[in-house]
Design a binder for this molecule. Sequence first.
Ligand code: A3P
Length: 289
Amino acid sequence: PPRPAMIPIRGVPMIKHFAENWGEVERFQAQPDDLLISTYPKSGTTWISEIIDMIYNDGDIEKCKQDPIYMRVPFLEFAVPDIPTGVELLQKRSSQRLVKTHLPVQLLPPSFWEKDCKMIYMARNPKDVAVSYYYFYQMAKVHPDPGPWDKFLDDFMAGEVTFGSWYQHVRGWWDKRKEQRMLYLFYEDMKEDPRREIRKVLEFLGRPLSEELVEAIARHTTFAEMQQNFMANYRTIPTNVMDHSISPFMRKGVTGDWKTQFTVAQNERFDANYERQMEGTDLCFRLEI
Ligand code: A3P
């Protein structure tokens, strides 16, 4: 079947089915005890979601293995025909909801600001995001055909990919972090020292857990563990939606993989463009650790 084209929402390219359901998302009613987990796609969303769900379950692995991650942490703007939308899943929960979103800050339903919800944003360096996104576009068939890598990289730099510009996304959320109850995390930091980052999350959430449980959470959420865990690795999704034989969802889980994909020329083009698009911000990324 042909790949669906993107449909813009207020100028931001969106997955077609998501755009068609936009009204429901815009009207979404957040609750004060919702926790929003916000990321640009491919920045470690599933990883931080599994960590937070473990925290919410006081480190009880069995509870976190009862449902796939996309049921435990519903994806706000998710909509495909014939299955419950993200909003429908969320409306079935009464309290302490975990909400995943990839929306750029300006598209977040206003209710999250009005209810002053806590938010955790996770960012990842753009070179690894672009590579990860390229393989994800191929395996997750709600996306248009990404075409060759060189073209996809240009689309990424131009913000002509689903959820729009990475540059505007990370900057938009960064600029909001001080006026909001928001913790801004980095994939590279989590990779470098997951226990340190888990403790940061615990403090932000005001949920003290023992060092023993921090250790249990860190062990349960390594790449190797999550790759094997069917409740975290998206292997329960039908193959007409995600085809892991094209590229697995749990692909590599490392920093600096961009070096295996970028040519020298592409890297120079990317760096020059990065300078322009990130001008004037104090937001910094590490391209490897
Ligand atoms: P790669 O394609 O570079 O391997 P998201 O969940 O936002 O879609 O991000 C997916 C990316 O995070 C993939 O990156 C995936 O392998 C990586 N990832 C998922 N779980 C991880 C973990 N526990 N540790 C490190 N990386 C992880």
